[in-house]
Design a protein around this ligand. Structure first.
Ligand SMILES: Nc1ncnc2c1ncn2[C@@H]1O[C@H](COP(=O)(O)OP(=O)(O)OP(=O)(O)O)[C@@H](O)[C@H]1O
Ligand SMILES: [Mg+2]
Length: 326
């Protein structure tokens, strides 16, 4: 197994008390696997992703284990960590514009990126490698664009350049945290196609984080559904939407307009209620207060992850069916 995450927990100290952002996440990822992580805002998706690279601010405390090809970033020195980031795992974010230095042109941005992992590189080599990477991400006429500054590119083009920079040290895993949210639908589809192509051609594993379970179901091999800092469901993308084991996953599916229209005649609903307060998450199933199938036992203790058919955290066994229209 390429990546193993074992019982990952992240606490933040805040003025209100200890905020439990991630409460015990366990999952694996194989080489070349495309994993989608979905869940509502505040469910801990970004904190989980950032923890894999140990990118947590000083008010955060990480517990548990991350093993990437046997290497544990939590026990690395600062120097080892710098080389681990980029060469084993790279990350791209939602707003590409903000990740670029506005006073560097693209040539200089690539040169600085290459130098971080290969201090001996000269400018000609850097330029040749940059053009190759930009061709790989299908930026048109890259040789003419190296002198341009970030503001001279569109959002979709900047996202492609950011992906090219992320590939600079040949990572085995690319973590994409809502990389398409700020882009329009057509450009979003193009970026998604590019990620699929990179997975295929480079055998690159991808963790793709999004709110959109429909988008990720067309993209991923596997989907992990997060809620309140926990894994609620983890299954093959082809299975999870047809044979849904967690009522929360069902709620996410029902709240999608296009998906609902395609696959059922049920009326569309967003899940009523809010996610639990991460400072006081309570002891039972965190979804219980919003769950249509709730039983009295649900609020007593946290259900264990049931690993019978994929993995799901619910005391009611078996697949759940849609009851939206009674
Ligand atoms: N540095 C921090 N200090 C305190 N709390 C934090 C910090 N970073 C994140 N959190 C909290 O941790 C929880 C999980 O945040 P996270 O960013 O992982 O959510 P998310 O699932 O990525 O949400 P979104 O879909 O909105 O991006 C939230 O309650 C958030 O406010
Ligand atoms: Mg996030």
């Amino acid at each position: 197994m390429m990546l193993q995450i074992n019982n990952l927990k992240v606490d933040f100290s805040t003025p209100r008390g200890i905020l439990k952002a991630v409460r015990g996440i366990t999952f694996n990822l194989s080489e070349g696997e495309f994993l989608g992580i979905v869940g509502e805002s505040g469910s801990g998706k970004s904190v989980t992703a950032a923890s894999i690279m140990k990118l947590i601010p000083t008010n955060g405390l990480i517990k548990g284990e991350v093993l990437m090809n046997g290497k544990n970033p939590f026990t690395m020195s600062t120097q080892e960590l710098l080389s681990f980031r980029g060469s084993e795992i790279a990350m791209i974010f939602q707003e590409p514009g903000r990740s670029f230095d506005p006073i560097y042109n693209i040539r200089k941005t690539f040169f600085e990126t290459f130098k971080a992992h290969d201090p001996a590189i000269n400018e000609d080599e850097s330029e040749a490698r940059a053009i190759k990477l930009l061709q790989e991400v299908h930026l048109p006429h890259p040789e003419d664009r190296l002198g341009n500054f970030p503001h001279q590119f569109s959002g979709g083009q900047l996202q492609r350049i950011m992906i090219a920079l992320a590939l600079a040290s040949n990572p085995k895993l690319l973590i994409a945290d809502e990389p398409t949210t700020a882009l329009d639908v057509t450009i979003q589809a193009e970026i998604v196609e590019l990620l699929k192509e990179l997975k295929r051609k480079r055998k690159l594993a991808v963790i793709f984080i999004t709110h959109d379970i429909e988008l990720v179901s067309r993209l991923a091999d596997r989907i992990l559904v997060m809620y309140s800092g926990l894994v609620m469901e983890d299954n093959k993308a082809s299975t999870i939407l047809k044979k849904t084991h967690h009522p929360y996953t069902l709620g996410l599916i029902n709240s999608l307009p296009t998906f609902g229209n395609h696959y059922s005649t049920h009326k569309l609903v967003s899940i009523p209620g809010n996610i639990p307060d991460p400072v006081l998450p309570g002891k039972g199933c965190p979804f219980a207060p919003r769950c249509r199938m709730v039983k009295s036992e649900c609020s007593m203790e946290l259900p264990a992850l049931n690993r019978e058919d994929g993995a799901y955290r619910c005391i009611i066994k078996g697949p759940k069916v849609n009851t939206e229209n009674g």
